[in-house]
Design a protein around this ligand. Sequence first.
Ligand code: ADP
Ligand code: MG
Length: 562
Amino acid sequence: MAKETHSFQAEVSRLLDIVANSLYSNKEVFLRELISNASDACDKLRYQAITEPELIQDDPDFRINIVPTKEARTVAVIDNGLGMNREDLVQNLGTIASSGTLKFVEQLQQSGDSDKASLIGQFGVGFYAAFVVADKVEVETRKAGESQGWRWISDGRGEFTIEETDEAPARGTRVRLYLKEGEEEFLEDQRIRRIVQTYSDHIAIPILLGERPDDEGNGPDQLNTASALWTRPKSEITEQQYTEFYHHVAHAMDEPWLRLHFKAEGKLEYSCLLFVPTQQPYNLFHPDRQHGVKLYVRRVFVTDQCEELVPAYLRFLRGVVDSEDLPLNISREMLQNNPTVAKIRQTLVNRVLNELKKKADNAPEDYKSFWENFGAVLKEGLYEDQEHKDQLLELARFQSSEREGLISLDEYVQNMKEGQQSIYIITGDDLETLKKSPQLEGFRAKGVEVLLLADAIDDFWTWMIGEYQGHQIKSVTRGAAELDDIKSGKDDDSSDSEDDKQEDQPDDSQVGTLVAFLKTALEDEVKDVRSTQRLTDSACCLVADEGDMDIHLERMLRQHGQ
Ligand code: ADP
Ligand code: MG
């Protein structure tokens, strides 16, 4: 087949422009990205070989070689992993498949130069980082089980070529970078060694410097420890190693906000190494609600799509679960309704919720930043996981009509006024509108706190949960407010003289006439018109009848065609 020329997807070109022209205070991360991809490719093939052992029988030991060649000014990263065929190359190294990354590129484009550096620092650019140090990149690859090898070449300026080649590795991928002028440091053994030890030590596959033993039969040198990080004793793992592992497993570049590393022994044996990100991942609200925890069985990667392992409301989790008990050749179908997976999930949920509780108690300010990122997701659990609702209610935080910042339900209950029975909430689409809602006036006048709920899920869980510590959770838009029974919390109110009240009190017969008139005028629009003490400044507001659906919920369901 003749050489083909392809254009990069527009977003790839944009990304490449940005990458090549700005930034990178630490260019060296290109090596981490290439090693990370090589390791992923080995993981994928190792899994596939469980059912198709012939795929690896000629060369069963996985490895990654880094080969600098001074004369040619190239450095190559070679793996004997899954490899790519022509379609894979076009798809994987020509387009950006993930919608999250696409959004990231959009955001990059719109940001100023200095923000670009920090954005890229946070998210990484994967394979394309190669073009930070190289003006030409050549990928020679042969997919496991296929005979044809392929060569992909690009200078990172809008186009790439693909052709057949005989020079691809027997199996796997060789990524060769032709270094730009001035990037010679990446040809030095010492430099490469240090980069690998810094960023890639946790990679569970041997990373070797060079490809073959030298003339005296030495080497190639192994640069990393090459044991799965989660199996090592905690005391032997440095903070930086944890962070680098998180970057690899989460495909993220921020610092982990929370880390949970534990081993279960007993009836079931498994290790968990889990992280909560500091930054909100882009795909958090993607409809597929996928989590980021990879399932391994005895150190072999099995899948990153085992839905049953982590509930959707903890989908911000990243990391690894490694089971000693599951059969290695377990299919993805068999993982559904698997009792071992169910038990692991149970422990995992409890451990994570406990850890969050500790943070909430011991580092409340820090916890607020978590809540701002992931609270809306965690609240889905109030609706979906009855078993953990008490733990989740303790973790929930809310904006309030009476104070700045976030409060817990306990704090709300402590602040209830004498005679107040219910927890009052108002739901809507955004906080600012909620704060100005006329429905709040009567509550404000009496100093009664109202929780302001602006997430889509809020209507559902409040309806589902119904009460907290014996206090009904009640929307302010529902029914006749119980405000009359509540003692005013505002000190100055008690000084109201009788005279003032007299003056404010409208004439009953006039109100009656007005109400009768409005009822006739709005006959087809509303169920009833009533006079109220609840409003202090506004002339009127809409309320739902006791037992009817909350106004915001009704509007939302109507929008969704229900
Ligand atoms: P990511 O690793 O986050 O998916 P990258 O930009 O690093 O993104 O890589 C894009 C894709 O290219 C990978 O998902 C993979 O399918 C493919 N790829 C990259 N390097 C290799 C490799 N060494 N072997 C096999 N496939 C690879
Ligand atoms: Mg990658």
